[in-house]
Design a protein around this ligand. Sequence first.
Ligand SMILES: [Fe+2]
Length: 436
Amino acid sequence: MNPASSSKPAPWNAALPPGRAAAYRSIRQTTQALAAPLSAEDCAIQSMPDASPVKWHLAHTSWFFETFVLTPHHRGYHALDPAYRALFNSYYNAIGERHPRGERGLLSRPSLDEILKYRRHVDEAMLELLSGEGLSAEASAMIELGLHHEQQHQELILTDVKHLLSRNPLKPAYQKQWPLTPIHARERRWISRVGGVQRIGHSGAAFCFDNETPRHRVWLDVFEIASHPVTHGDFIEFIDDDGYRRPELWLSAGWDTLTARGWQAPLYWQLRDGRWYAFTLHGEVEVDPHTPICHVSFFEADAFARWAGARLPTEAEWEVAARDAPLDGNFLESGALHPLALREAPADGTPAQAFGDVWEWTRSDYAPYPGYRPAAGAVGEYNGKFMCGQYVLRGGSCATPSSHIRSTYRNFFAPDARWQFSGLRLARDGERRTAR
Ligand SMILES: [Fe+2]
């Protein structure tokens, strides 16, 4: 069954309704719909320091509106509990103490019910604010940022829950909707792009995060990019060719990580009787060779590309190749919550499945664009502070809300991170055809 054509509607909305109050309600409801299949115990546990309990996500996204919108812009707003200011703060800055990230799973209090009450408290005040006249430009901008911030946490709820459930020997499913779609093999081909001066980064009045600006010029040599993402089947070939046992294929730091952690396959994979199985949000299933690979680190993506005689694209190459591709794809709203089978490549020469399914690792260090200025105030610290030791991923995944993604969007994770829906697309140098 293809969930996109299923008669059962997903519990979240496909498109945001017009109007700010309606968009606010829709995004807040989606977050709670994602938590609905979970028990209070599921919502409380933290499976590793990088992942947060669902309860914390539910509270932290409310904390954002309370701290940056209600406290400065809603006269008469009173905090439900002043202690939440530090408890659900994720920022290292002057706005308050921060509870240690790795101890979020120890917060048995406040209970899930109390956190849901906190959400209602914030929602009532926010809807009151949104229904009033004369919302300042600053307040409006913070609300928009808060909604995009909440969508980021919607994806994190799913990836963190997936990691949590994977650690349970019962292999519980978050939802059961398997198999997802008919499987088709697709022939991958190379798409050529001419070199020269190109512009990347966001421009225009629509929302973007500060790290997507300013739009600027880059020089690209001629390159080629694959029409499709690398698949689970491709990765099985890499494993069968001793890909995880050949140090010459790996970056030195990648090989050290592999050795220290005993990596033999992508995250969530298990070999039984010669067949690969993977844990998904639908429980454990046999690995489907024709779907985009997910849950590989930058190190694994880089080693695979070297084995394949190719390389990862830079983020500029990725953006230039994908910017004309349609922004449709397998996003959160499809309800699949897993990459879907390869589709036919578009006739217009744009890459297939650039958006949705899996975030694609690029070779680019997560660094400021030339002329980058962090947004003013505490929220500006959100992106700029992480510009060290991380790599850029592009395109969104099956857990990304569709209204959250765009071709200039820069996601970023450390090179050893594997719990996001992260995969790759190959690139290689093209023939030098640029006139001198
Ligand atoms: Fe956050």
